[in-house]
Design a protein around this ligand. Sequence first.
Ligand SMILES: O=C(O)C(=O)Cc1ccccc1
Length: 292
Amino acid sequence: MEYKIGYLGPRGTFTQQAAEQLMPKNRQLIPYPSIADVLLAADEGKIDAAVVPIENSIEGSVNLTVDFLANQVELYIAKEVVVPVSHSLLVNHGVHLDQIQTVMSHPQAIAQCRHYLREFLPNAQTEHLQSTAKAAEYIHENKDRDKAAIGTVLAADIYDLTILAANIQDRTNNNTRFVLVTKKWKELLEYVRSDNEPWKTSILVTLGKDYPGALYEVLRSFAEESIDLTKIESRPTKKQLGSYHFFIDLHGHIDDEKVQKALAHVKKTGSTVQFLGSYQLLTFTPLKKSGS
Ligand SMILES: O=C(O)C(=O)Cc1ccccc1
């Protein structure tokens, strides 16, 4: 069995590196031009699963991914991986820093390199593209001599670019969480599960009606079962201003008795619970060839 795994492409993205490790065997990796495209392809059954970034240690949630999983598609997280993100400034061969007028990349990559850009390219414009590798591919194809891309060391190799500066991110501890999401959750879970890694579960809670202590009641349900929450984040429901739902990550598997008990209690308080997946963390192995 070969699984079709889509990822935010083109070749040379951080997402590709995550995808390679999330599904090391029996898979065909297929690049998609945007997060929306790859999630919709998985939702429509054109591919078996998608790999997308979901959260960054500096910039926070990747809202597009989180909102899609909540509202637009029915996909479940089967595995996660945390990838250390190191950005490089990529140019066509022979281009110098003082020639660069535009820096192109994924918005999060540009945001993560603000200090470098302010110090070394204070007059350059920035341009947002769908991914870091798209920017690298663009300047390669157009042979631009006044543009640079922020991207991976891998992209420099693929698109035949020079690394003008490496490790240009503001913080050395720049990590991004990527998830493997699928409609075939049970099947893929069997495939990617590891023996002794603890489980996490992601859910989306929508409060039934707004009354004092509604969120407190939800949180109490988990506290009473001694369930550890690792993340809680509110996002607008997009239905009306001031209406939110809550993304909650917790320790445990959806089938655990205490998780079931806590969720039953949450529902009893009038809130709804949308399951987003139970999954384990894969430990990322850094590439041998790296920019550092
Ligand atoms: O564009 C990429 O290479 C991605 O995989 C998305 C991304 C962008 C910036 C930081 C982490 C992931």
